[in-house]
Write a protein that binds this ligand. Structure first.
Ligand SMILES: *Cc1c(COP(=O)(O)O)cnc(C)c1O
Length: 384
C-alpha cells in the first residue's frame, strides 16, 4: 500500500512541476453556451455542444420522458435484455443520415473505437493511424494486437509510401483517421484517403465525432466528399447531438459482425433509453433545420477572420500558444474576462503546441465573438 501511495504521489508531483497536472472544476451548464464555475457565469467556448441541443427543450423532454417511461438504465448488455426498441429506431435514423445500410450503437464514442477496431484487425494485420488521430483510435488499435504505424498528419505521400512498403506482407490493412481533427479542427482528405485505400485494398475508418450535426447539412464530414468510400463511419451522440453514446455506420454485414463480436457491445450494458430518445429528438431538429447546422462553422469563420487566422474548416479553432504554462495563463486571463476557454496541454497535443481550443456554437453571439477575438489578438501579440 505504501508503494502505491508513493507511486501516485511521485507521479502527481512530476506532473505538477511540468504544468501538466489536471484537476476537475465542477461546472453547471445552461442554455446559450453559459456555464457556471465557482459561482461565476461564463460564456463557454469549450463545450462540444455545437448546436446547443443538450439544453434544447425538446431534447431534454425526450430524455426525461424516456427515463420516466422506461427507467434510468438498460440493466444488461443488449444481447441479454438491454436492447430497448428505441436503440434500433436510433440505429435506423443514423444509418439514414449517413447513407449506410445499418448502424451499431455503443456506450460512447470511445467505446465504439475500442470495440470496432479490434473486430476488424488483429495479429497479422496492419493499422495505419494519422499521427493526430484521437486517443481512442490509438487505444483501439493497441488493443487489437495488430501492428500499428502512424502516418504523418494528413500526408497522403507518407501513407502511400507505407502502403507500398507493407501491404504485401500483411493480411488486412485498416486506415484510421479523424474526419474532423479534435484538437486542430482541420479535415481529413477523405477523397484521397479513400482512393489510396481502394488501390491498396485497405479499409478506411473515419471518426466523425466533430463532424456529425455541423458539416454537410448535419450529415458529417463524409458528405463533403461524395466520391469517398468510407466503409467504417464512426461517431458520437455526445457532441452536436447533445446526448451520450457512440455509433458505427456501415454495411449490414459489418454491423451484424459488430453486434455479435465487438467486446464493448457484448460485455457492456446497453445505452440507457433516455440517451437514445434524446439523440432521436436531436436528429429530428437537425433534419428539420439544416440552416441551424451551418451556424457553428459560420461563427468559427467570423472569429478566424477577426483574429487573422487561416479560415476555420470546422467549428473547432486552435490558437497555438506553445508552452503549457503560457496556455494556462491565457486561459486564466480569458476567464477573468468572462470567457471559458480551456487550455489543452500535452499529452493531448504534441509537446510545444499547448493551445487554447475554441469550439464555436450556434448559441454564440456576434458581440461575444468580436470581444473574444480582440482578447485573443492581444494574447497572440504578447506570446509572439
Ligand atoms: C470526443 C471524441 C471521441 C469520444 O467520444 P465520446 O462519445 O465522448 O466517448 C472519439 N473521437 C473523437 C475524435 C472525439 O473527439
Amino acid at each position: 500500500m505504501q508503494s502505491l501511495e508513493a507511486f501516485a504521489g511521485g507521479k502527481l508531483a512530476a506532473l505538477e512541476a511540468g504544468s501538466l497536472r489536471r484537476t476537475l472544476r465542477p461546472t453547471r451548464r445552461f442554455a446559450d453556451a453559459i456555464v457556471e464555475r465557482d459561482g461565476r457565469r461564463l460564456v463557454s467556448f469549450s463545450c462540444n455542444d455545437y448546436l446547443n441541443l443538450s439544453q434544447h427543450p425538446a431534447v431534454r423532454a425526450a430524455a426525461a420522458e424516456a427515463a420516466l417511461n422506461y427507467g434510468a438504465g438498460a440493466a444488461a448488455s443488449r444481447l441479454v435484455t438491454g436492447d430497448h426498441p428505441l436503440l434500433g429506431d436510433l440505429e435506423k435514423r443514423l444509418a439514414r443520415l449517413k447513407g449506410t445500410e445499418a448502424a451499431c450503437l455503443f456506450g460512447s464514442g470511445y467505446m465504439a473505437n475500442l470495440g470496432v477496431i479490434p473486430t476488424f484487425a488483429g495479429p497479422g494485420d496492419l493499422i495505419l493511424v494519422d499521427a493526430l488521430a484521437h486517443a481512442c483510435i490509438w487505444a483501439g488499435a493497441k488493443l487489437s494486437g495488430a501492428r500499428v504505424i502512424a502516418f504523418v498528419h494528413n500526408d497522403m505521400a507518407d501513407l502511400e509510401r507505407i502502403l507500398v512498403a507493407e501491404r504485401a506482407g500483411v493480411r488486412h490493412v485498416l486506415v484510421a483517421t479523424d474526419g474532423v481533427f479534435s484538437m486542430d479542427g482541420d479535415l481529413a482528405p477523405l477523397d484521397r484517403l479513400s482512393d489510396l485505400c481502394t488501390r491498396h485494398d485497405a479499409w478506411l475508418l473515419s471518426d466523425d465525432a466533430h463532424g456529425v450535426g455541423v458539416l454537410g447539412e448535419g450529415r458529417g464530414s463524409a458528405a463533403l466528399f461524395p466520391q469517398a468510400h468510407i466503409p467504417l463511419q464512426m461517431g458520437t451522440l455526445s457532441k452536436a447531438l447533445g446526448s451520450f453514446g457512440g455509433y458505427l455506420c456501415g454495411s449490414q454485414a459489418v454491423v451484424d459482425l459488430l453486434k455479435t463480436r465487438a467486446r464493448t457491445v457484448v460485455y457492456a450494458t446497453g445505452l440507457p433509453p433516455a440517451s437514445a430518445a434524446a439523440a432521436l429528438a436531436a436528429l429530428d431538429l437537425i433534419e428539420a433545420e439544416p440552416e441551424l447546422t451551418a451556424l457553428p462553422l459560420a461563427r468559427a469563420r467570423a472569429f478566424t477572420e477577426a483574429v487573422g487566422l487561416p479560415p476555420a474548416q470546422s467549428p473547432i479553432v486552435p490558437v497555438i500558444i506553445g508552452s503549457a504554462t503560457a496556455a494556462l495563463a491565457a486561459s486564466t486571463r480569458l476567464e477573468a474576462e468572462g470567457f471559458l476557454v480551456v487550455a489543452i496541454r500535452p499529452p493531448t497535443v504534441p509537446d510545444g503546441t499547448a493551445r487554447l481550443r475554441l469550439a464555436f456554437s450556434a448559441a454564440h453571439t456576434e458581440t461575444d465573438i468580436a470581444r473574444l477575438a480582440g482578447l485573443v489578438r492581444q494574447i497572440l501579440a504578447e506570446v509572439a
